[in-house]
Design a protein around this ligand. Structure first.
Ligand code: PNS
Length: 163
């Protein structure tokens, strides 16, 4: 039987953006299985809880049969080992992303030499988009309709009504 290729797409996803979704769709078309992995990371003071992020990602990817959404704690390489995956997916939007991504990829390779990091480019239209900017624009009352999946826009609306 040919080998199945599972790729892990790790991140904070606070919140997921259309850029994340674009990359997930591209990966789903290329690999047998895509595991979107949300880091459980208490120090970052996130806007959304891990459960909320899992829920938004699951809703936004519900049409993609080979995409699973999970969370992980600790080292990414250990999570990849538990999932029997040898590929990590990261998006690169601009040259400014490269240094941080290079460091992470090389550190992960040091920790687990058989793990490969695959870099993919999101659609050009999303090359300026980040979760941080979405939160900033939303926080200041700007329109984020074209920047995030519908479910994320709904959750942001709900959050605004609660505050
Ligand atoms: O969306 P982000 O915040 O850029 O994602 C960063 C993430 C989650 C990929 C990275 O922080 C990570 O893998 N954290 C897990 C801890 C770990 O393995 N650290 C060593 C790798 S450099």
């Amino acid at each position: 039987m040919p080998k199945r290729h599972t790729i892990i797409y790790p991140g904070s996803f606070d919140p997921p953006t259309n850029g994340h979704l674009d990359l997930i769709e591209r990966a789903a078309a290329l690999f047998d299985e895509v595991i979107v992995a949300v880091l459980i990371h208490d120090r970052k003071n996130p806007l959304f809880t891990v459960d909320e992020r899992l829920d938004m990602l699951r809703t936004a990817t519900s049409e993609l049969q080979n995409v699973q959404v999970e969370c992980f704690e600790g080292l990414l390489v250990d999570f990849a080992r538990r999932k029997d995956a040898r590929l990590i997916l990261r998006g690169i939007r601009a040259v400014s992303d490269y240094e941080y991504e290079l460091q992470m990829a090389l550190m992960n390779r040091k920790l687990s030499p058989s793990l490969e990091t695959v870099f993919m480019l999101p659609a050009e239209a999303y090359s300026y988009l980040s979760s941080r900017l979405v939160k900033e624009v939303w926080g200041l009352g700007g329109d984020i309709h074209e920047l995030v999946p519908a479910v994320v826009e709904q959750r942001l609306d709900q959050k605004r009504k609660k505050t």
